[in-house]
Every structure is written in structure tokens, then in C-alpha cells.
Design a protein around this ligand. Structure first.
Ligand code: SAM
Length: 211
């Protein structure tokens, strides 16, 4: 069982994942489409919201415990070119081993839009905190890196938003089973972004259109 299978229920229940400006924005951006693929669906919050908005949605995730429709990594999507009008991927790319390959795959299977949301690169200190909290964290990317990733797949950047999110620090540490020793170090590393027990995270949303 992978760490993601062990965490599946926590992600399904997570308020942090089931709401937010970025989730509302994805639903808005996908408006008018009929079909969507939600890559790295985790607790399935994007897929659920898109279904509620009337889209026919397929979800994918490599961890069987996440109960996606298709079990596969983002780097190898078992779908034909342009299979879905919209492809979404929220709060997951920082876990991908090969983000270039994953972005190219997601762009390949989209016929119209690729919608990405992820946490932004803040600093080396923030990356250290993320690694300690979750060894499956690969890296957050800057807005420039994201623009380059989309451009490399031939997508046109139609819209881009950056916003902040305040998340409860202690549940965030608990969700990944952080040891107390690591939690102590993380609290020091992120101290300048914590207010009233809530951690500030900067997030980016990108709307890429197929040419
Ligand atoms: C934080 S959760 C995703 C949250 C979800 N998209 C949401 O909006 O609530 C991260 C997910 O990325 C998945 N994941 C990890 N490595 C992956 C990969 N290489 N390709 C696709 N998904 C991956 C994990 O299994 C996990 O379900």
C-alpha cells in the first residue's frame, strides 16, 4: 500500500481540498464543456464539482485507494489524443516525478483546455518544510516555470491567477502523519507565514488552451 492509499480517507474528508477560490475557478473555467478528465483526483473534489456542473467526468490517480475511475500516473495517461474537452489537475503536480512528461500528457489528451492549480514556489526554506512534512513532495514551481511548462506543450496561456490560501497548520501536519520532531522543525521553517495557527500558501491557477 502506498502512502497515498494510507492517506486517501484524510484527503476525501479534507476541508482544505473540498473548497477554495481555486476550486470555484476551475469549475468556472470548465463551464460550457461536456467532457473532462481530472488527473491526480485524490479525494475527488474537482471531479465531483465538475459532475455537479453537468460535465461527464473521468478521474485518474495512480493510488488505488483514491478510488479514481482509472488507476494511472499523470506521466502515462492511457487515453487517445484529444479524448476530453477539458483536463484538470489540482494541487498534485508538485508530487509528479516528471512534471514535463505529465504536462505534455495532459495537454495531449485535452482537445480544448488544460486547467492547472498548484502551490507556488516560495523559497528553499518552504521546500525544506514541504519535504519534511511529506517525502513525496517533489517541488513547487514558480509562475515563470509554469508558463514555460505550458508553452513547451504548445498551449496558449489564456488566463492566470495567483491567490493566497490560509490553511490550518496542525491538521496539515497531521494529514501526512508528520512526526513531532519533524513538526517542530517545520513550525520554525514556516513561522513567518503563520498567523492565528493558519499557514499562508500562495497558489497559482493556469488556463491553457490548445491552439
Ligand atoms: C493532494 S492529492 C490531490 C488533490 C486533488 N486533486 C484535489 O483537488 O482535492 C495528490 C494526488 O496526487 C497523486 N499522485 C502522486 N503522484 C502522481 C503521479 N505521478 N501522477 C498522478 N497522480 C499522482 C496522489 O495519489 C494523490 O491522490
Amino acid at each position: 500500500m502506498s502512502v497515498w492509499d494510507e492517506r486517501a480517507e484524510a484527503y476525501r474528508q479534507s476541508r482544505e481540498h473540498s473548497e477554495g477560490w481555486d476550486l470555484e475557478l476551475l469549475v468556472d473555467w470548465a463551464g460550457g464543456a461536456r467532457t473532462a478528465l481530472d488527473v491526480a483526483t485524490g479525494g475527488g473534489h474537482v471531479a465531483r464539482r465538475l459532475r455537479e456542473a453537468g460535465l461527464e467526468v473521468v478521474s485518474s490517480d495512480p493510488a488505488p485507494g483514491m478510488r479514481a475511475d482509472v488507476v494511472c500516473p499523470a506521466e502515462q495517461l492511457p487515453f487517445a489524443d484529444a479524448s476530453f474537452e477539458v483536463v484538470t489537475c489540482r494541487l498534485a503536480a508538485h508530487h509528479f516525478e516528471d512534471v514535463e512528461a505529465a504536462t505534455a500528457e495532459m495537454a495531449r489528451v485535452a482537445s480544448e483546455l488544460l486547467l492547472i492549480v498548484d502551490n507556488l514556489w516560495i523559497s528553499g526554506k518552504d521546500e525544506e518544510a514541504n519535504h519534511l512534512r511529506d517525502p513525496s513532495h517533489v517541488r513547487n514551481y514558480s509562475a515563470d516555470e509554469w508558463r514555460k511548462l505550458l508553452a513547451e506543450t504548445g498551449l496558449e496561456l489564456e488566463d492566470e491567477r495567483v491567490g493566497e490560501r490560509r490553511i490550518e497548520l496542525e491538521p496539515w501536519l497531521e494529514r501526512t502523519g508528520t512526526t513531532e520532531a519533524d513538526a517542530e522543525r517545520i513550525r520554525v521553517l514556516v513561522a513567518d507565514r503563520v498567523e492565528d495557527g493558519r499557514l499562508r500558501i500562495d497558489r497559482i491557477a493556469l488556463k491553457g488552451r490548445k491552439r
